[in-house]
Ligand binder design. Sequence first.
Ligand code: VGL
Ligand code: ZN
Length: 202
Amino acid sequence: MPNEALVVVDVQNDFCEGGALAVAGAHAVVPLVNRLIGRHDHVVLTQDWHPAGHASFASSWEGAEPFSSMRFPYGEQTLWPDHCVQGTPGADFHPELNVTKAQMIVRKGYHTGIDSYSAFRENDRMTRTGLDGYLKARGFTKLVFCGLALDYCVAWSAIDARQAGFDVAVVVEATAAIDLDDSRKRMMSDMRRAGINLNATA
Ligand code: VGL
Ligand code: ZN
């Protein structure tokens, strides 16, 4: 479909088995994502891309534990293990991900003090990545999302895409979730409420 783009979220080594922030079941998602890539004419990849010492890393704060929460100037922020540090192997795409067809790679999370789950807007909910401008300039009206992690970067990106006026589907079987404090259930219901189609298949 000429008006449809596939957005593959953060299929990077650190989110896969053996990585710094491994998401259970991530490896199994790669063949499904590749199948979706094969079926789409227009493919965008997102890449979590943090500088060393990023504020979302627990290691940046004395005594802080990964997966705890901290009050940031822009609101509550979960603290993560160091992951997807710019230029490291953990930030590379999974070696089996078929990246050849990607027309655009959007990086996010590169501001030291601001995390960015969404590929459209950083966690301060103000700083924009420019992705919506790119997609609109290319005439896309429908976006299909897959990748990692369902309940963080996929969900936040999909909800922002709806807010930006796109018709949105998430291929849930081609995702895997972190599921921290019931986040999978919560974000599934937030996505449903936002009018996102969660029934698409790979
Ligand atoms: C992600 C937590 C931290 C994701 C990225 O890709 O879902 N989650 N950074
Ligand atoms: Zn991150």
